[in-house]
Each structure stands twice: as structure tokens, then as C-alpha cells.
Design a protein around this ligand. Sequence first.
Ligand SMILES: Nc1nc2c(ncn2[C@@H]2O[C@H](COP(=O)(O)OP(=O)(O)O)[C@@H](O)[C@H]2O)c(=O)[nH]1
Ligand SMILES: [Mg+2]
Length: 451
Amino acid sequence: MPGSRRAREAANPPVAGGIESVTEKILREAHSLYVHPGHGLVSIGARLGLTLLPPRRKVTVMVMGNHSAGKSSFINWYVEEHIQRTGVAIETQGFTFITSGRKRESLTGNATLHLYPHFQALQNFKGVPEYLSTEICTSKHKQFPLVTFLDTPGLVDGDMKYPFDVEAALIWFGQLCDLILVFFDPMGQALCKRTLNIVEKLNEEHGDKLHFYLSKADEAGAEGDRQRVLMQIVQELCKRPGLNKCGFDMPTIYIPSPNKPSRCVNQIEEICRTIEKTISQTVQHILNALERDCHLICEATQQLLQDDSEARSSNIRALFRGTLLGLFGCLLPIFLLLTLLFGTSFARQLWSLLLGEEQNEALQLYVSPLATVWSLVPEEQTLTVFFGLLCLSALLLLLASYTLRMKPTLSKKQKRQLEDRRNYVLDVVLEKKRQLYEEYLHQSIGEQDLS
Ligand SMILES: Nc1nc2c(ncn2[C@@H]2O[C@H](COP(=O)(O)OP(=O)(O)O)[C@@H](O)[C@H]2O)c(=O)[nH]1
Ligand SMILES: [Mg+2]
């Protein structure tokens, strides 16, 4: 699908013209350490039976809330471009990813699934892929190059028909996103049961991702009214046992408009800080995962080499045992053949006929030990012992062939490759991770110095 490939390139530019931030560079390099076709951690891990997931290069921020709560307007404000349609009518019917890229482009559902392979399971969600799209835009404002927003359908109660199971889809998306912004506006407050159901469900496992905001705060009237609205929303939220947690934080935000200046406090920057914090946590998480994956690879390699050396020594033991068993197994029939040839009275007569009496006597002298062995066995049991020995020999040979079955071992080349890859992970990848961590810390400390 050439269209989607172009889209993918556009969405993940290597170093697209502009200036790349340190965080962007760290995420890009960490990602490339995983996906390099020759010596990426994913392919090294796969050879060792490990399934390693490459880290995402951006954080995904889902914006959800009542219909007309200002979700799309917030995204447009963050990106500083008019990407998403806004209005009082129900504008956003489906799910839209908004991400940065080299050129402005809109993708449909299928191309979106190509772009975000980790959302591939969406295909099983009836109706969702048709209502999925991606808007790629070139904005570099704020932390947008490191963020993918997910604009979600506005939620309303009652008869509103969604073309898919909107609650299940939002919960599914919420689980995969790094941050979930929930907007409540003064009009809708927190009265939409659908919104609360979803929030309550997401809070069960992803409470730390959830952040609540009173949006369109400039429409809430004077300070006193706004406090009342806030109280009502918090009360409504606290009616749900799952959401009844202390320290409820709900910043009031609105989109600043130069035409309509408002004296109301705007905490919209708080969202930007929350996004930055999520990015920074993601970077740390990715770097920690990188180190953990390197150690996993080393341990798996070590285990493989140890198994190989154990297989080798067990093969040597098996060879020794098998050879001994085989030797006995072969000697027994030879012994029986000799007794047949020289031990029986019929054979003795035959030899005396063939060699003459004198030489036969000399021969009997040599083979007398055989005859002595048989003389120990009572005559009536000779046949039983004979067949018994024959069976024993067959058994020994069978045992020998079973023992001689060797365990598979690694060739010298395979062993060298394993060791090379392990050394690469230990020396190059871990060193790179250390460098990236230092760069990251350096940047964070630098930022703190500035502030
Ligand atoms: N006064 C004010 N209006 C807003 C604000 N944010 C959005 N709106 C308006 O609210 C309406 C719905 O916004 P929209 O972003 O489409 O809401 P969505 O349904 O949640 O995506 C639009 O007419 C916006 O212009 C805000 O902060 N203050
Ligand atoms: Mg919208």
C-alpha cells in the first residue's frame, strides 16, 4: 500500500529539517536500537525466543468528555492550527489521531491502522475502523512532535446512536494511551452517565492516567458560579464509589481568545505540564525497559550457551556408554558364532575331516576355553542359554543405539554469533543507553536550572 508507506514516512520523519529536541532524539535512537533490521534488539531477541516490543516514539494522549466540552478546540489550541472541526453540533463522530509529520495529510481508517500497528486489534471492533482517521500536521508547537492526540466522539446520554460500541471502544483506547484528559464543561457538568461509566471503568486500572478538567471555564460565569459548578461536578464524580478519592484535582481551563478577554483564572498550562511530565516518565520508562531487555538478551544467551555445554558433556558420556554397550552387544554374537564353529561335537568332527586329526587336536587346544564355558552349562539348557544370550545381545545393541542418540549442539559459528550479539548488546547498546540517560538527565537538570 504505497499511500500508507508514504504516510508512515511522513509521520515518523528521521530528522525532519527542523531542530530536533533532546527528548525526540532519545526516543528516536531508543526506537532505532530496537528496530534495526540486522542488529535491532527485536531481531536479536526473536532469535533467542524473546518477544521484545519496540518503544513508541510518541506519547498518546486521549481527550474525552461530554459532547461539546471543548475537546477538539483544546487540540487545535495545543497544535496552534485549525485541524479538528469544532462547534456545538456533534462534530466528532469517530476517533481521530492528530500527530505531527512532514506534511499536512489526512488518512482514513486502514492507513491509520498501518500507521499505528499497536492499534491493529481495533479491526475486531465492529464499526470502529470505518470511523477512524488520522490528521497529520506540521506543527512543532509545544511538545507536539512527541505527542499523538486522540480526539474521541462527544458523549451524550439517551437515544443518540453511535455506529459502534462507544463505551467499549473508549475503554479499549484508554488502556493503550499514556494519558487520558477528561473534560467537563459548565453546561454538561458531569451529568452524562456515559462519560462517568467510562471514567469509572478506566479508573479501576488506569487511575494514574486520568486527569479531570473543567473546560470552557470562561463560560461558567463569575468566580462564585464557577466554584459552584466545580463543586457540583466533583459531587457528581464522588457519587461513583470508584471515583471517590481524596485530593480531587480539577484545574479550570478555557481556550484564551483575544476577542473575548476573560478575567477568569486559566490553568490550561497545567495540561501542557501534565503532558510534559508524561513524556518525561515515558522516556525514563523506555530507557529502563531498554536496559531490562538488554539483560534479558544476555541471560537468554547465557542460558543457551550453558545448555549447549551441558548437551556437549552429556553427549560425550552418552558416546562412552553407547560404545561400551555396542561393544558387548557385538561381542556376544561373535562368541556364540565361535562356539558354533568350534564348540559343538559336530563341528569337531567336521574340523577333523577338513584338517586331519593332528591339526584338529592343535585347534582344539586353542578353542578349549570355549568348550569349557559351555561345559559349565547343563546340556539340556544349552539351547535356552544360547537364545538367551542372543536376546541379551539384541537388547544391548538396542540400548546402545538409544544411548548414542546425541543432543543437538551449536556449531562453532553459531556460538560465535551468539557471543558477538551478546557482546554488542552489553558493550554497544547498554553504553548507548547510558549515554542517552545522561543526555536526558543533563537536559532535565538544565531545565530545572533555568526555571
Ligand atoms: N467560551 C469558550 N468556548 C469554547 C471553549 N472551547 C470550545 N468552545 C466552543 O465550544 C463549542 C464546542 O467545542 P468543540 O471543541 O467542538 O467540542 P467537542 O465536541 O468536545 O470537540 C465550539 O463552538 C467551541 O468554539 C472555551 O474554552 N471557551
Ligand atoms: Mg470534537
